[in-house]
Design a protein around this ligand. Structure first.
Ligand code: GUN
Length: 301
């Protein structure tokens, strides 16, 4: 059997950002509206700092306004809640993202629930979760939104396909299930207690791995020709590159899976780049909804 098609998330995300830039220009010219995204970072977690820097850079590149708020790691919860309240009221801010994880002394759920659902571009607020599950218009978590866009681009109509999701997190597994149900897939969510996980995975036309365990999904878990979406980003030792070196791998054993699957996302360069692009998609949607404007079509499409 020939090797799987590699789904190029980096190129897909770059195209999506170009399209967003053209649509943002239409919004500005026709409505005088510039979408604004506020990102709040508490503390100095290195990975979070990299994410926040990339978000700000890409926000400006597509012609949106970027607002960055960097707070000391000791910031009291009440101060963070007060900042969110200010951003909720700020008309130039259409999307608010509070970077996770937050320091232990802050109740993350309380902070997420304090964000105006109309500005909740992460899609983590209970209102947006409920709207998504009941098939209403909602702001949808960015990583599963990116996976869904790549799946539709790869497969076209998803209706009737068996989708198996490995992982039941609130950020990926559960919203991914809601999105695939919306596309009329038959959806199974697996987790650490699932019986005979490899056998369940072998039934999947679409297999989404989002467990955070390096290379857990093996080649012989995959139905020949299936589409595999690997959400995992795990850093493992790579002695072959030299002493102390590491490399990034997904939740899928790529070298095995690529021999069996019909299409597969690589790590890095698959799902990862789509997350920020989808954050910008959500910011544009949120800005339009807040102003009662229909989302502009892409003039370059
Ligand atoms: N930390 C890592 N990824 C994310 C994300 O998508 N949203 C938020 N708020 N924090 C994160």
């Amino acid at each position: 059997m020939s090797e799987a098609k590699i789904i190029d998330g980096k190129a897909f995300a770059a195209n999506l950002r170009e399209s967003l830039a053209r649509r943002a220009a239409v919004l500005k010219n026709e409505h005088g509206l510039t979408p604004g995204l506020a990102v709040v970072l508490v503390g100095e977690d290195p990975a979070s700092q990299v994410y926040v820097r990339n978000k700000a850079k890409q926000t400006v590149e597509v012609g949106f306004q970027s607002f960055e708020h960097k707070l000391d790691v000791e910031t009291p919860e009440a101060d963070l809640l007060a900042l969110v309240e200010t951003l909720n009221k700020d008309d130039a801010v259409h999307g608010i993202l509070v970077q996770l994880p937050l320091p232990d002394h802050i109740d993350s759920q309380k902070v997420l629930d304090s964000i105006d659902p109309a500005k909740d571009v992460d899609g983590f607020h209970a209102i947006n979760i409920g709207r998504l599950w009941s098939g209403m218009d909602a702001l949808v978590p960015c990583t599963p939104l990116g996976c869904s866009l790549m799946l539709k681009d790869t497969l076209g109509d998803l209706s009737g396909l068996n989708a198996v999701i490995v992982g039941r997190s609130n950020i990926v597994g559960k919203p991914m299930a809601a999105l695939l149900i919306k596309e009329s897939c038959t959806v199974t969510i697996c987790h650490s207690r699932t019986k005979d996980l490899p056998a369940v995975c072998r039934e999947a036309d679409i297999l989404v791995a989002a467990v955070g365990r390096a290379e857990m999904v093996r080649g012989d878990w995959i139905k020949p020709g299936a589409t595999v979406i690997d959400v995992g980003i795990n850093r493992i030792d790579a002695p072959e590159k030299g002493e102390g070196k590491t490399r990034l791998v997904g939740d899928v054993a790529f070298d095995e899976a690529v021999q069996v699957a019909g299409a597969i996302t690589p790590v890095p360069g698959g799902v990862g780049p789509m997350t920020i692009a989808c954050l910008l998609v959500n910011t544009l949607s949120a800005a339009c909804r807040q102003h009662g404007i229909e989302e502009p079509a892409d003039p370059g499409a």
